[in-house]
Design a protein around this ligand. Structure first.
Ligand code: BTN
Length: 325
C-alpha cells in the first residue's frame, strides 16, 4: 500500500512505542531533508498528535488524538484494497450522500468516506440516524464487486457478519444480528447498516455500504427518544474503544467476507450469519409496506431472504420489512 510521507513518519513514531527517534534517522529512512520531517511533524501536531522533541535524542509520540482520520486508520490497516482511499471529513451532512457522489464520479473499489459527525445522518426507511461528534463510526464504503444486481442485497448480511466479527475481535463481546441489518447488544441497537446500489440492468456499478456504529457514547449522549432502544460499545463493555482500530478491523473482515461471497457464494456467509442471529427460531412481527405478518422466523434462504412460517403453516419469504421481536 502507498503511504504518504506523513503516514510513514507516523507509523515510525507509533512503532517506536514511546522511545525517541532522531530526526536524522527519519530523514535518512525516508530520503527527505530534516526540514521536511519537521514540517510533517508540525502538520501532525495540528491534527492533535502530541509530539515532544527531546534534545540530542529525537522525537517522541506522547499522545494520539481520538479521531478517525486517514492517518490513524491507515496505521492499523491490514487490507489488500479496502480503505486504501480514505476521504475524511471532520463534519459532513451524510457520508452516504458523499459516497454516492464519489461513486458516480468513479471512486475506486474500497474507497471509504468517514466523518466525526453527520448533520443529516440517515437510516433505513427514511429515518434519522443520530450521529453525534467524535464518539461513533459514521462511514460509507464503496465496493465494486463484479456481480449481477440480484446478488447485491446480500451485502447487508455480509456487512453485518463483518462488523460482528470485528467487534468480537476487538472487545471480546459479539453483538447479535437482527435481520437484516441491526446489530444488538442486550437487545439494544449498537449498529445500523444501510446498503445502497448503483447498477445497470445486468451489472453492479457500485454498492455503498453505510455503517453507523455507536462506540463511545454514554447513555445521556443519545437523544432522549432513543435512550431505551440504543446502546454503545462503551456502555456494554465498560471500556473506551479505539475507533480507528475498529474501523480498520471492520474493513479487514468486510474485504474477507466480500471476497468469500463473490468467490464461493452465499452459503458460507449464511452459516456465519445464522450463528450470530437473534431472529432465527423467534416469533416475530414483520411490518411490510402493505401488510403486517406474524409467525416464526425459521431461517434465511440462499439469497438472504428471511423465511417466515405463518400460524397456518404457510412459509413466506420476506425481502424487506421492519422486524419486531
Ligand atoms: C439503519 O439502521 O437504519 C441504518 C443506519 C445507517 C447509518 C450510517 S452512518 C454512515 C452512513 N451515513 C448515513 O447517513 N447513514 C449511514
Amino acid at each position: 500500500m502507498n503511504m504518504t510521507i506523513k503516514e510513514k513518519i507516523l507509523s515510525q513514531l507509533l512503532s517506536a512505542k514511546g522511545e525517541p527517534i532522531s530526526g536524522q534517522k527519519l530523514a535518512d529512512e525516508l530520503s527527505i531533508s530534516r526540514t521536511m520531517i519537521w514540517k510533517h511533524l508540525k502538520a501532525l501536531e495540528l491534527e492533535g498528535y502530541v509530539i515532544e522533541a527531546v534534545k540530542k535524542k529525537g522525537y517522541i509520540l506522547l499522545s494520539i488524538p481520538d479521531i478517525v482520520s486517514k492517518e490513524r486508520i491507515t496505521s492499523y490497516l491490514e487490507t489488500a484494497q479496502l480503505g486504501h482511499n480514505i476521504l475524511y471529513y471532520p463534519v459532513c451532512d451524510s457520508t452516504q450522500n458523499i459516497a454516492a457522489e464519489k461513486a458516480r464520479e468513479g471512486a475506486p473499489h474500497g474507497t471509504v468516506v468517514i466523518t466525526e459527525e453527520q448533520t443529516a445522518g440517515r437510516g433505513r426507511l427514511e429515518r434519522v440516524w443520530d450521529s453525534s461528534a467524535n464518539n461513533g463510526i459514521w462511514m460509507s464504503v464503496i465496493i465494486r464487486p463484479e456481480i449481477s444486481p440480484h446478488m447485491a442485497p446480500q451485502f447487508t448480511l455480509v456487512s453485518a457478519v463483518a462488523i460482528t466479527k470485528a467487534m468480537e475481535d476487538l472487545t471480546g463481546s459479539a453483538p447479535e444480528i437482527k435481520w437484516p441489518n441491526d446489530l444488538l447488544m442486550n437487545g439494544k441497537k449498537v449498529t445500523g447498516i444501510l446498503t445502497e446500489l448503483q447498477a445497470d440492468m445486468d451489472r453492479v456499478q457500485s454498492i455503498i455500504i453505510g455503517i453507523g456504529v455507536n462506540v463511545n457514547q454514554e447513555l445521556e449522549s443519545f437523544e432522549q427518544s432513543i435512550q431505551s432502544i440504543a446502546t454503545s460499545l462503551k456502555i456494554e463493555t465498560g471500556n473506551d474503544i479505539n475507533r480507528a482500530a475498529l474501523v480498520a478491523k471492520i474493513l479487514y473482515y468486510l474485504e474477507k467476507y466480500t471476497n468469500m461471497y463473490v468467490e464461493n457464494g452465499f452459503e458460507p456467509i449464511k452459516l456465519l450469519w445464522e450463528s450470530y442471529s437473534c431472529t432465527i427460531g423467534k416469533r416475530i412481527r414483520a411490518i411490510l409496506l402493505r401488510e403486517t405478518l406474524e409467525g416464526t422466523a425459521i431461517g434465511i434462504s440462499n439469497d438472504g431472504v428471511l423465511q417466515l412460517r405463518l400460524d397456518d403453516g404457510e412459509i413466506r419469504g420476506i425481502y424487506s420489512a421492519d422486524i419486531h421481536l
